[in-house]
Ligand binder design. Structure first.
Ligand code: ADP
Ligand code: MG
Length: 704
């Protein structure tokens, strides 16, 4: 994100635009963008080209300074771009769009060029889009500063895309899909302005009803979260995030690291940001059309009104399958009213079937009754082509009903050319229409989801009392290690943050082991302590239920096992630990992983030795407060186990929540903790106990 962002009005609403590198050469970017700008822009367009008098009939000037524009669009060859951008800065032109490719996307030379471009932009505080951008579009000024083939219809959607191809594809499809755009930005390489700047700017733009993005990466995760949270108070934000690769996962040495991967970070980050995540571009724009209406359903109950049985059943199923929707159940008064207004063969319960011979009036009556029902928050109106309907009139009637009742509607027009008049009328009035009932339900589901995030508050996580000096000391001990890993010998950091651990100690001789065991009780747990052994039980390095009399022998046996597994393994000793009653408990895992974009994540899930097999886990950005931690415990599939399934007593959920919250604060407080597993955190009806710990520390970050 750039400090220069602020208002982007100069970018989207300039009076004068210069095209640097304007030309008439057929097939060139410089010609295409000049032609697009000359077509329909309210302001003036000045071609900059020292070698020509005029381009496409417009008088040329020799330099940016001579053009004196509000916005400069740069389409010169890559080796000249940095100089041109400098000239812009010197001429006090702050808004620049660089279309030229051949930067970071092309290898070392290009990366160097991009770095110089970034420096030049920073020096002059430029708001720069690109390089390698298709350009920007903006209505109302009718600005098409792209080299794409068409401009989209005007409207309230602001769209940013990390792929130029998606811009042309979406623009081409927009008219047919009933989409209108306020601003469109092809982000290109994001050398200066990025998704965070645009979300911030569009969140404040009264002309933007909904922000949508096609993103391959989010550069400053936490900045994006802050910007999006603010925007979503009154403007919904929806994105498709593509590129679900988990390159980071292979290198991980913890369970959490192995499961985390970048997609889990994006999931947690976008969720924390209140951003709706779509799985496909179609879903993204289905959501955008629904969200453009701006009315959020007051209830999750959906009414279905149809003139055909089969599609009605499909819509009913789609509503039932949608996470946030259910079929509304009508009040008696509604049913009576429908029965009075509709013919005897009609179905007056939800889904309402007005029957194939219905005219527009019958739809009107059905909608008036259904939308007035107290359980109805939104509705799907289905039409199959029949000879009895005037489709333009129907479109208007549906839009009127939505307006009068203040209830969002999604139309399902199950046909092609015959329904064009209805489609046009609905588009004109801002009612989304779809072919498929499942897509209509998806659109309404997005509205419900936006209603949820809009109402969200983001309380500061509660503070945690902790002995931070003690943690600092334990973490610093990695400096004496050949690798950067710590195990159960570092359990003190959990004590320091108030996470309960069983009684125990790490000892380095058998007699000492016996002494500790005697202090603990009848039978103890013993574990090998070695930075070379990641999963202790895999090599028989954990003994449960060892009687005190056998502790010395068990000590020797554990060391021998470590040696036979890896002869040169560093053995720090053996941990002697109080036995925790697993029969009454559930093994959970609390973990953390530091994501390069979103920072520390906290994970909670079903723990034990099969974590990666089950992958029943959930992630949030750390730190979390109690409310969020509680949410996490409810999020996993195994949640019923915690609440006491099959006659077992429920575990102490407050203690689980508290432990999650405390670990999340620990990793947020100490950036040197790269990844961490508390596995298991044993949860019983009487509380929790962290019986195992493993973490990776980055020595470079120890001082931060
Ligand atoms: P690792 O994960 O390296 O194999 P753990 O310390 O997690 O080693 O021990 C493995 C398993 O042994 C745990 O998942 C748990 O089932 C059991 N276990 C470990 N410590 C105790 C303990 N103090 N009380 C009861 N069971 C334990
Ligand atoms: Mg373990």
């Amino acid at each position: 994100m750039s400090d220069a962002a602020g208002s982007l009005a100069g970018l989207f609403d300039p009076d004068r635009v210069a095209v640097v590198g304007a030309t008439e050469r057929e097939g060139s970017v410089g010609r295409a963008v000049t032609a697009n700008l000359l077509d329909g822009f309210d302001g003036s367009v000045v071609p900059v080209n020292p070698n020509r008098d005029a381009v496409l009939g417009e008088q040329c000037v020799a330099s940016v300074a001579d053009a004196d524009p509000d916005l400069a669009v740069v389409a010169v060859p890559p080796e000249h771009v940095v100089d041109v951008v400098r000239e812009c800065g010197e001429a006090a032109v702050r808004d620049v769009v660089v279309l030229t490719a051949g930067f970071g996307e092309t290898g070392a030379e290009g990366a160097g060029r991009e770095r110089r471009l970034r420096e030049a932009a920073a020096e002059h505080d430029l708001r720069l889009v690109g390089p390698n951008s298709l350009g920007v579009m903006s209505s109302p000024p009718g600005l098409n500063a792209t080299f794409g083939p068409d401009a989209p219809p005007a409207g309230g959607v602001s769209f940013m895309s990390q792929s130029g191809a998606f811009v042309t594809a979406v623009v081409d499809w927009a008219a047919e899909a009933g989409l209108g755009f306020k601003n469109v930005v092809s982000l290109g390489n994001k050398a200066v302005l990025d998704e965070t700047d645009l979300v911030r700017s569009w969140g404040d733009d009264p002309g933007t009803d909904v922000v949508v993005g096609y993103l391959e990466s989010i550069d400053d995760g936490r900045g994006f979260v802050d910007a999006a949270r603010e925007a979503t108070d009154d403007t919904p934000v929806a994105v498709v995030k593509s590129g679900r690769t988990d390159a980071g996962a292979q290198a991980a040495s913890s369970h959490t690291g192995a499961i985390a991967g970048s997609d889990r970070a994006y999931e947690a980050g976008l969720d924390a940001a209140g951003v709706l995540r779509a799985d496909s571009v179609q879903e993204l724009f289905d959501a955008a059309r629904a969200l453009s209406g701006g009315v959020v359903p007051a209830s999750d109950g959906v009414a279905v009104v149809t003139n055909a049985g089969g599609p009605g059943v499909m819509a009913t199923d789609a509503v039932g399958d949608a996470e946030r929707l259910r079929l509304a159940s009508f009040a008696d008064g509604t049913v009576e009213r429908l029965a009075a207004d509709l013919p005897a063969e009609a179905n007056v319960y939800n889904p309402v079937d007005v029957i194939g011979d219905a005219g527009v009036d019958r739809y009107r009556d059905a909608l008036d009754a259904a939308l007035a029902d107290p359980d109805v928050g939104s509705a799907v109106v289905i039409t199959a082509p029949t000879a009895t309907l005037d489709f333009a009139e129907l479109g208007d009637a549906v839009a009127d009903a939505a307006e009068e009742h203040g209830v969002p509607l999604a139309a399902c027009l199950m046909g092609g050319g015959r329904l064009t008049a209805a489609r046009d009328a609905l588009r004109e009035r801002g009612v989304p229409s779809y072919f498929d009932p499942a897509r209509a339900a998806g659109g309404l589901g997005s509205l419900m989801e936006y209603g949820e995030v809009r109402g969200r508050s983001y309380p500061e996580p509660e503070p945690v009392d902790a002995d931070r000096d003690r943690v600092r000391e334990v973490l610093a001990s990695v400096e004496e290690r050949p690798d950067n890993r710590l195990g159960v010998e570092a359990m003190g950091i959990l004590d320091a943050y108030g996470v309960p651990t069983p009684e125990g100690a790490v000892v380095d001789d058998p007699t000492e082991a016996e002494r500790v065991a005697e202090g603990i009780g009848e039978a103890v747990v013993m574990k090998i302590v070695s930075p070379d052994i990641l999963h202790k039980s895999d090599i028989g390095g954990v003994k449960v239920g060892v009687p005190v009399a056998e502790v010395a022998d068990a000590y020797e046996d554990l060391v021998a096992r470590a040696r036979s597994y890896q002869p040169d393994a560093t053995v720090l000793g053996v941990q002697v630990q109080e036995t925790v009653d697993l029969d009454a408990g559930v093994e959970t895992i609390v973990g953390s992983h530091r994501d390069p974009q979103f920072g520390p994540l906290i994970m909670f899930g079903l723990g034990g030795v099969f974590v990666e097999v089950m992958e029943d886990t959930t992630f949030r950005l750390a730190p979390v407060g109690s409310a969020e931690a509680e949410d996490m415990t409810a999020d996993i599939d195994a949640a019923p186990l915690l609440r006491g399934a099959r006659g077992r007593d429920p575990v102490d959920l407050d203690a689980v929540v508290d432990a999650v919250r405390r670990v999340s604060r620990l990793v947020a407080d100490f950036p040197s903790v790269v990844e961490l597993d508390v596995n298991p955190l044993v949860a019983t009806p009487d509380g929790v106990r962290a019986v195992d710990l493993r973490l990776t520390v980055d020595p470079e970050e120890l001082d931060s």
